[in-house]
Design a protein around this ligand. Sequence first.
Ligand SMILES: Nc1ncnc2c1ncn2[C@@H]1O[C@H](COP(=O)(O)OP(=O)(O)O)[C@@H](O)[C@H]1O
Ligand SMILES: O=C(O)[C@@H](CO)OP(=O)(O)O
Length: 433
Amino acid sequence: MDALRETALRILRKTLAGMAPDKLVVKSVTKDEEQGTIKFGDSQAFSLDTPVYVLGAGKAAAAMAQGLHDVLGSQIRDGLVIAPTAVAAETSRIGAIQVFPGSHPQPDEDTIASTLELLSVARSIPKDALTVVLISGGASALLELPAGKLTLEQLRDVYHELLRSGAPIQEMNTVRKQLSAVKGGQLLQHISSDKVVSLLISDVPGDDPAFIASGPTTPDSTSAQDALAVLKKYGLDVKIPPEVLAYLHEVSQDAKPAFEGYHHVEIVGSSGIFAKEAEQHCQAEEFETWIDPQQYDAPIEEVADYIIEQVRTNRKRTREAFLFHGESTVQVSGDGKGGRNQHLALLLATKITRRKRTLVMSVGTDGGDGNTDVAGAFAAPDSVARAEAIGVSEQKHLAEFDAYHFFKSLGDLIFTGPTGNNVMDFQLILIDS
Ligand SMILES: Nc1ncnc2c1ncn2[C@@H]1O[C@H](COP(=O)(O)OP(=O)(O)O)[C@@H](O)[C@H]1O
Ligand SMILES: O=C(O)[C@@H](CO)OP(=O)(O)O
């Protein structure tokens, strides 16, 4: 492997380690031993004597709980987080925090049973205690209780249709919130302490707390009418159980009671925070860095053009690293093997054929890309020519959404295994001049 690929992998490895969910929680906490206080990001300061209770759900909930336990130890009196079944099977308790199982991407009986247990812990928290809520992607399915008289089976039918609809996560979660008794800020209503801090890892374009995991502690701004509009837009109104539609037509739109205590929301992980972490490791490798100030969220062809344009206009002609992050959208057709990151790498490969000493690394931060078990791929100025030399056509692989086999034939796939991170996608462009 050439030096630039090795450097990029080293930067990726260090970034993934620095962005581990337990580390993100640890980094959000400032302890002031002299003052005897503790803060979470920009939250108010709490006394180190304040008893802490922990609630949480998400793919990273157990790791986040581990981080909180590492900093607070016996200050944590009780807690319950809901994690994917495989995680909960390995770790059932972290100090005073129990880890319960839930199912993803669809809720199941375990999800409901664990949610009921979590609510009973929430209701038992003393008024003057501090509750820390740990939320990460996947909690829409891991934390769930059907609203009104709806059943789990009906919710599962709706989730099933939504997941196949191609609707963006904001629209999916607009529906999920209306059908749930714990989403859209409703979890907050069950917490009996008057101080709550929510620590969030965002896997949602825009990083809006209302949509991350359907916002269990973020008061809802959407309505049943919005949910009905989404269902209609994707033709799901005729596919889902009639009881669900009837519920949405009948449900009262009365404002839900607001939480009256102190509530602070802190985003401890996001694609932007990932890129900033990576930037430090690029600088340590003596690259000048340019980091995209915005998260991209656009069709993949537009993202590819955008990246090329940003590199062209911001280039300083030194040893440079350009960092991009976000989530592109892909209209997949055919049965090819690939994902957003490999497809983006292939699009970029066709646009950098005249560059020199340039390397593109394009990866999903969770270590999985689309329907493959790789994180992403490297693209270089000679990718297209090297492929042509062995009879592999970039146009055919683009058209068939089969970027995986294109990069496999070049030995340019990137395998990390599941990383424990989940903050969308990341592109690093290294130019060694
Ligand atoms: N063959 C393919 N080529 C390019 N993109 C694909 C392909 N198959 C699936 N995708 C895209 O991969 C995404 C789902 O992959 P995944 O990594 O599981 O997403 P997420 O990280 O959002 O859960 C979808 O956006 C889908 O459009
Ligand atoms: O839990 C959720 O709502 C989302 C985003 O936060 O994750 P997933 O795509 O895993 O459903």
